[in-house]
Design a protein around this ligand. Sequence first.
Ligand SMILES: O=C(CO)[C@H](O)[C@H](O)COP(=O)(O)O
Length: 325
Amino acid sequence: MQIGIVGLGRMGGGIAKRLMDHGHSTVVYDQAEKAVADIVSAGATGGSSLQDMVSKLDKPRAVWVMLPAGEITETTIETLSGLLEAGDTIIDGGNTFYKDDMRRAKALEAKGLHYVDVGTSGGVWGLERGFCMMIGGPKEQVDRLDPIFDALAPGVGTIARTTGRDGEPTRPEKGYIHAGPAGAGHFVKMVHNGIEYGIMAAYAEGFDVLKTKNGAHLPEDQRFELNMPDIAEVWRRGSVISSWLLDLAADALYDNHDLTQYTGKVADSGEGQWTIDAAMEEAVPAYVLSAALFARYRSRSDNTFGDKLLSAMRHGFGGHVEMPQ
Ligand SMILES: O=C(CO)[C@H](O)[C@H](O)COP(=O)(O)O
């Protein structure tokens, strides 16, 4: 099958290469000419502009947009919608806010264009391991694009089948799901990322407790000098909390035990906040996920104005002094 791909960064480049490795043909475009040249050297047809890329696609066309969520994705889809024709499909594989998908799908439908949102997880490892995809959009379009999703997905692999799931493996067993109408794919991916924040925060806090067991503020006979890389390593093997995120933590700790190359000021791209927004709209208590989001915010400031106010009140009612620097 043939597909256009816009955005050839870490994810888009990997998607193009994996599709070609599986016998699909790609017509690619990126603002960076070098990125286009790299993928062309791997077998893609290059486009010199969005218009040029669209002109090289067979009808009905399918264009996968793999750009950072927000303005750049919005304007690219807007431009594409003027270049494509009724019956063509735009796929947004970024981390778009699901309500933007719902709005866009309606606007594009009015022009006869189809819109499919694909929450794509796999990061820089996706080319090799495959991408887990959470898809929203009309069934007919998702079915038409099935060969693309099938090639990008990790496949059944070596993961044991869930008890009771017999017969031909279904899409979810191969690593992709048609979650529902437009927006449903990114909604599922958004919650996936909200969970990601929670799991990461749990490891981070646990390792903090382990490392600080050697803290100078503890009585000497209560201290343990624990080996962080080795603890991460042992937990990878047969423990209840083994996971890919733990594998990544083990790599990082082995590489630099004190992680001195990181400031610890953790950024976010909005997905955690949107998950909490959804939990609030649904009146669902999301203690862990909200705490993990707030931990990220907290990571960006040493002592806040609020901390100072706490100290001021504590000093006010009891004359209590602050911790020494
Ligand atoms: O989609 C992803 C992984 O599945 C993103 O790479 C990840 O969630 C980054 O998000 P944030 O910047 O908010 O940490």
